[in-house]
Design a protein around this ligand. Structure first.
Ligand SMILES: [Cu+2]
Length: 318
């Protein structure tokens, strides 16, 4: 046990520690690492309330206690904390084991950041609704039709067993063999016909650009350099507006900072065009060539906790 914790300590000490941030930057770093996934400053509610103006809204003592122990405040029945908890879908803000000093730095940052962050919110425009008649919806329709046929056939077979019937087993088996060959030929034919249309680049293709993706609860961060731990969030610069070039091969290197997520890329018509898993400790490479210009959107494809639906980011292809 002691050896294990000693090793863990050595490991922590040996890990490259990102350059110490300038004093006064602590609040921003803490915010980007620990809070930004659930809160915004002036861009509306996410999992938790918009934190713009929170310093004016609540007494400082209350804020310090809440940020250092939200679970304790709710458990103790603090009326404001309980009201927030009820209003925000009964999700308890996690206790992030922050010290009072860190909470103070965060509040300072929130006070400074509010006016600056409020500006870009107005620029966000609603994207058009997905086209329901696209090819991927037709796959769903086909699936429903085939399912209905299977249900009908099974019902018919079940009803037909009410009275015993003589069956020529040999004939039945030879039909089965013929059906099997037909199925194999049909599926192999479909595979050969559709495989070249798969939207994935050939192995060994050289991407024109590499984009790193770090998924976390509950957003995606794009960057030019890898982000492999929460400690690097806020230090490695991220790309707030990722712009790709039409027809140019891009390689996404996708990882996760916490649990498994899915990286699902949807084209301008909201049909999925590429996807891979985001797993902690791994980089999954996804080669992708955008063929159409427009607004693309990334959604998380793996249910990852209460804020899963908030994991959406957009990127543009010109
Ligand atoms: Cu998710």
């Amino acid at each position: 046990m002691r050896i294990a914790s000693g090793l863990a300590l050595l490991f922590i000490l040996a890990c490259p520690v990102p350059a110490a941030a300038a004093a006064g930057d602590e609040g921003r770093l803490l915010y980007e690492r620990q809070c930004a996934a659930c809160h915004t400053i002036g861009e509306g509610d996410r999992i938790g309330p918009d934190l713009a103006g929170v310093n004016e809204r609540r007494p400082r003592d209350w804020l310090l206690s809440f940020v250092t122990g939200p679970d304790r405040m709710i458990a103790a029945g603090d009326p404001v904390a309980v009201r927030l908890y009820e209003r925000y879908n009964r999700i308890v803000m996690p206790n992030l084991n922050l010290s009072e000093e860190q909470a103070g730095q965060l509040l300072e940052y929130l006070a400074l950041a509010a006016p600056a962050a409020a500006a870009p919110a107005a620029a966000v425009t609603e994207l058009p609704r997905p086209a329901l008649a696209g090819p991927q919806s037709r796959v769903l329709q086909l699936f429903l039709v085939i399912s209905a046929v299977i249900v009908l056939v099974f019902t018919w077979v079940a009803l037909s067993t009410r009275n015993p019937v003589e069956v020529d087993v040999h004939r039945a088996y030879s039909i089965r063999r013929v059906l099997f060959v037909i199925a194999v030929v049909a599926l192999a034919g479909l595979l050969v016909l559709t495989l070249p249309k798969a939207p994935y680049a050939r192995a060994g293709a050289e991407p024109a650009r590499v984009v790193y993706v770090a998924a976390r609860q509950f957003d995606f961060l794009f960057s030019e350099e890898p982000i492999v731990s929460t400690a690097e969030v806020g230090i490695v610069p991220t790309l707030a507006n990722l712009v790709l070039t039409k027809d140019e091969l891009v390689e996404f290197r996708v990882t996760s900072l916490d649990v498994n997520h899915g990286f699902g890329l949807y084209g301008p018509d909201r049909q999925i065009v590429a996807q891979t898993q985001a797993m902690p400790g791994y980089f999954n490479r996804l080669l992708f060539r955008p063929l159409a210009p427009g607004e693309y959107k990334v959604f998380c494809l793996e249910y990852c906790a209460a804020g899963h639906h908030l994991m959406q980011v957009r990127l543009t292809v010109n």
